[in-house]
Design a protein around this ligand. Structure first.
Ligand code: V47
Ligand code: SF4
Length: 409
């Protein structure tokens, strides 16, 4: 959807002499900057061509919004991505991570390798997702979660997208609720936000029709929230979707969040073109910043917004902290999904580099845990690496499931 924003008008807090946002766009910016709820029409008015003036206006409003929430804090986590096997036959057109069983880049990790890696790195959080395959069936994943929980009682285990939960249910004959309950009992803390792609029936049919679409993705997340399992939400962008589709995606998430309060964090994922099968270039850095800002302004009820450096690029992700984001995800150690799709970012970031990057962007780096609770608050960031065990927590847990009484828990 394209909107024009040329008529002079002016909005609170906007300083540009050259560009005065007007009408619904200006109203949406003013309300968004104050963390007020936008109407659907106001949300739609934020969408449009990414001109320098519009980008700055969006950034100013989104920065004011994130400052009201988090002041100058920007969080990151010491985490580890574990992708047990990339064998997958779902054939999502955008995915360069998946491999057929005999493909040269197919791999399968063993439990011993995974446990050894966790033992060596001692991450605060693991993010476990993989392809849909028989090599790592449900029972093996369940046993892995159990083993991780037993060996590392404090580890935050964020694992399995709604797509995997659906696959586990279908391949075992269990309900999704049973699968979630068993995983939760084994030690799972949260679900990651993958597999949402974009809530568009049109693009679902074109790009990932073999796996669950928008309706089931949202339904499984509702189910997890009702069981007290917090989840994240993603949106894949820059692969042929319209602004209108992006806004619909955000509004559908906002609606579910109103009911459940279970989304901890939203993560826009900048498309990596990989082999360039259908678009040659991913989104520009400016587009990525605009998507972050619009997300921050529309998703008034989702506490955190992640600027995901493996896909956005480290510098753009750091700039994203000024366009509404409050979190840079983590050190990750060995990112695979973006890198098998041609991402040129490093495969992991050392703690020190993360801290430097956040500082250079003008924010105060704060290490967090899986619940977005801060660790080492008040300790100079330089000391983080030296004192990994020393934790001071200021609870932000209330930000997720804030409406517990009214939720289905
Ligand atoms: O669902 C696949 C996407 C997702 C490409 O919850 C691609 O904290 C860009 O969900 N270009 C998996 N994206 C990654 C994910 C995620 C990442 C970091 C943190 C969290 C979280 C979740 O990656 C998939 C799919 O939407 N994806 N291929 C690609 N070529
Ligand atoms: Fe398989 Fe996930 Fe890749 Fe789709 S996005 S092909 S489900 S690994």
């Amino acid at each position: 959807m394209k909107t024009k924003r040329r008529v002079p008008g002016g909005v609170r807090g906007m300083k540009s002499d050259m560009f005065h946002p007007h009408g619904l766009f200006a109203k949406a910016l003013g309300k968004g900057a104050n963390r007020e709820r936008l109407t659907r029409e106001e949300a739609r008015a934020l969408a449009g061509d990414v001109t320098p003036d519009a980008l700055h206006a969006l950034g100013t409003a989104a920065l004011a919004n994130r400052r009201r929430r988090f002041d100058d804090r920007a969080t990151y986590i010491f985490n580890l991505h574990i992708n047990p096997a990339n064998i997958c036959a779902m054939g999502c057109t955008f995915c360069n991570y998946a491999a057929g069983p005999n493909a040269p880049h197919a791999y399968v990790l063993e439990e011993s390798e995974i446990l050894e890696k966790v033992r060596r790195l001692q991450p605060t959080e693991t993010h476990i997702v993989g392809g849909l395959n028989r090599v790592w069936p449900y029972e093996r994943n369940l046993a892995l979660v159990s083993e991780l929980r037993q060996q590392f009682p404090d580890l935050y285990i964020k694992a399995y997208t709604a797509v995997e939960i659906d696959f586990f249910a279908r391949t075992t004959g269990k309900s999704e609720g049973e699968v979630l309950r068993e995983l939760q009992r084994a030690g799972l803390d949260a679900l990651p936000g993958g597999g949402a792609e974009i809530f568009s029936e049109r693009l679902w049919r074109l790009h990932w029709r073999n796996k669950i679409g928008p309706y089931d993705w949202l339904r499984i997340h509702r189910l997890a929230h009702a069981m007290g399992i917090p989840t994240n939400a993603t949106m894949l962008f820059g692969f042929g979707e319209t602004w209108e589709e992006r806004i619909v995606h955000l509004l559908r998430l906002r609606e579910v969040q109103d009911d459940t309060g279970g989304f901890a964090c939203f993560i826009p994922l900048a498309f990596q073109p990989g082999s360039g099968r259908f678009v040659e270039e991913g989104p520009t850095p400016l587009e990525t910043l605009a998507v972050l800002a619009v997300s921050r302004l529309v998703l008034d009820n989702v506490p955190h917004l992640k600027s995901y450096w493996p896909m956005a690029g480290v510098e753009t992700a750091a700039a994203g902290l000024s366009w509404g984001a409050d979190d840079m995800d983590g050190t990750i150690s060995e990112e695979k999904i973006a890198h098998l799709a041609g991402a040129r970012t490093p495969v992991g970031l050392a703690r020190e580099r993360m801290i430097e990057t956040i500082r250079a962007a003008g924010f105060r780096p704060v290490e967090r845990d899986g619940r977005f609770e801060e660790r080492l608050l008040g300790v100079p960031a330089d000391d983080h690496a030296a004192e990994p065990g020393s934790t001071q927590t200021v609870g932000t847990r209330d930000a997720v499931f804030p409406n517990e009484e009214g939720s289905h828990r």
